[in-house]
Design a protein around this ligand. Structure first.
Ligand SMILES: [Ca+2]
Length: 252
């Protein structure tokens, strides 16, 4: 009986094991107001998309207005100029002062949380992954050399990728990119996500307005960016252990 109790505890521990997630950042411990410093540069940093944007707001700033974890998150805010064709924002990690060019896995899902206030129009989120074949740890600096693929978007208009539609307002929403199974379309790359190391760099979050005629402002908060276990793996593991326990109980 004791052995099986231990097995049960092990099963629950494995199924619920939060340590399997590899956190890139929860934006805690950085000075409030630090703008374009922590992982992401300001929205108009990238020359690819600066021309679509008004000069303000221009925030990717540490904020305590909303937080999923702790007391801080990253507040992103920008507005498009009127009458742009295929506008989008390349919210880049290129050379940020803290946590630049972070390495993520291409074989595991990437998870982030977003809080969208009621006034922000609907938008789409896509990952821009740079194929630098990095060898460092998850979250380490993977460099800036290599082509960029859009992951999580089946297509793009101009260069604006049609990623995951975010419509929920006023609460934290978990957005998971199941990288091995997401559609890929090329930005500077060939439309095929390739890595010799199983890793790539999170070069940018691409933000595309759901309706390109709606200028915003677009304001939202990001928290708890992480590489997470494949949900199916956790499920199969859980089912396997449950089956084992059931058999054991029947035979007891
Ligand atoms: Ca936080």
């Amino acid at each position: 009986m004791r052995k099986w109790h231990a097995l049960l505890v092990a099963a629950f521990t494995l199924c619920a094991m939060p340590t399997l997630a590899q956190l890139l950042t929860d934006f805690e411990g950085y000075p409030l107001g630090a703008n374009g410093q922590v992982m992401f540069r300001v929205p108009n940093f990238s020359g690819s998309t600066a021309g679509f944007l008004e000069s303000s707001p221009n925030l990717a700033a540490i904020s305590n207005e909303q937080a999923l974890s702790g007391t801080q998150s990253l507040k992103v805010s920008f507005q498009f100029k009127a009458a742009q064709t295929n506008p989008w924002v390349r919210l880049t990690t290129f050379g940020a002062a803290s946590l630049p060019n972070p390495i993520i896995s291409v074989t595991l899902p990437f998870s982030l949380w977003v809080y969208v206030p009621a006034g922000t129009p609907d938008f789409r989120l896509t990952l821009g992954l740079r194929e630098t074949n990095p060898t460092g740890p998850i979250g380490g600096n993977g460099g800036t050399s290599g082509a960029i693929e859009f992951v999580g978007a089946p297509s793009k208009s101009g260069n604006a990728p049609a990623g995951k539609l975010i419509t929920t307002k006023g609460q934290w929403v978990n957005v998971v990119f199941d990288i091995p199974n997401e559609p890929v379309v090329g930005f500077t790359g060939n439309g095929i996500l390739e890595s010799t190391t199983g890793k790539a760099v999170l070069e940018c979050l691409a933000i595309t307005p759901a309706d390109s005629s709606v200028v915003g402002p677009y304001t939202f908060y990001l928290d708890n960016l992480a590489v997470v276990p494949e949900p199916s793996t956790v499920g199969v593991l859980g089912l396997g252990l449950a089956g084992l326990l059931l058999r054991r109980r029947r035979s007891a």
